[in-house]
Write a protein that binds this ligand. Structure first.
Ligand code: NAD
Length: 305
């Protein structure tokens, strides 16, 4: 709850008058930026006894806690299985024991993997996860839907595509393209593009994701629902780079690193179901979202002095 997506979600829920309890082990998140009204508890999603205590009196669970670094998951798949899948199942058991029926789960567009046919559709595109991270998200969906059916749980799994915005975690090993390009461009040094720039992704601004998560909690009696959340627009890595250069007003040197494996070559979400079931409509264009990200995230600016 104290991560990149959890923080603005918790803040928005508080703003709408809800009482919010957050759980995070602070392995990636921190309390910075979180509304003080959020009761944040340090702990692990696999700790059933802690979950029992925290879940007393709760109406709806937003399940976002996870390890999220794809290359890391290739090196340490058992950790991803333990936290992402094991954590989901432990949470489901604790919810059953305490009597909570509503869950919104942040799944991922990565479960689709390499697909020729775009856009990717929940009902007809057969998932082909290409990393242990993606497998852990798909396995969690299956547990939520199967257990949900058996125990009468009402859950919605949102397959979130490439979310971006201020405070997104990034480092040498975890380098989401938008903050990385903005920071490298702003530094007026070298921008490294993995691949030839033609790979595409569906980039969605954090505020649109938060809106979708909250809309999902309002569906009545959901039954095994899985819904894509993205912008519905396929954008190449080169287009993102061009925008980063335009926004930062820089002229960086660009190096194309053809050797590194870069995941699926194309990804674009079909939003038909999201529009129909959630009345979801992405509001923030990529240029607007990247401008907001750059304006609001001081870590991306050139360090002086
Ligand atoms: N950001 C995206 O583009 C995106 C896309 C698809 C799905 N998602 C999913 O959305 C969720 C949030 O992602 P994010 O981008 O905010 O990442 P994030 O790393 O910022 O947030 C994940 C949070 O989970 C916490 N966490 C990790 N292991 C934990 C554990 N064992 N117990 C308790 N807390 C733990 C971390 O400390 C962190 O605060 C994740 O489930 C992720 O898989 C994100």
């Amino acid at each position: 709850m104290a991560g990149f997506l959890g923080t603005p979600l918790a803040n928005q829920l508080v703003k709408e008058g809800n009482e919010v309890i957050g759980l995070d082990d602070f392995s990636a998140g921190n309390a910075e930026g979180l509304d003080p009204a959020v009761r944040l508890v340090r702990g692990n999603i696999t700790d059933r006894e802690l979950l029992w205590k925290l879940l007393q009196g709760v109406d709806c669970v937003y399940h976002l806690a996870a390890k999220v670094i794809v290359p890391d998951s290739i090196l340490y798949p058992s950790e991803y299985e333990k936290v992402n899948v094991g954590g989901t199942v432990t949470l489901l058991e604790a919810m059953r024991d305490v009597g909570i029926r509503h869950m919104i789960f942040s799944s991922s567009g990565t479960i689709y993997g390499f697909q020729k046919e775009q856009p990717l559709k929940e009902e007809t595109t057969k998932p082909k996860p290409a990393s242990p991270y993606a497998v852990s998200k798909l396995a969690s969906e299956y547990y939520i839907n199967t257990i949900g059916r058996l125990w009468g749980l009402e859950a919605v799994c949102l397959r979130i595509f490439n979310a971006y915005g201020p405070r997104q975690g990034f480092s040498f090993t975890h380098a989401p393209v938008i903050p990385t390009f903005l920071k490298q461009s702003a530094a007026r040094g070298t921008v490294i593009v993995h691949g030839d720039g033609h790979n595409t992704r569906d980039f969605v601004y954090v505020d649109d994701v938060v809106t979708a998560l909250i809309l999902a909690s309002k569906i009545r009696n959901p039954q095994e629902l899985v819904i894509n959340i993205g912008s519905g627009i396929e954008t190449s890595v080169q287009e993102v780079l061009d925008l980063a250069i335009k926004i930062t007003g820089s002229k960086p040197e660009i190096v194309y690193n053809q050797r590194r494996l870069g995941g699926p070559d194309r990804m674009c979400a079909d939003l038909t179901l999201a529009r129909k079931l959630l009345n979801y409509e992405p509001k923030v264009s990529l240029e607007e979202g990247m401008r907001l990200t750059y304006a609001l995230d001081r870590r991306l600016h050139k360090q002086t002095g």
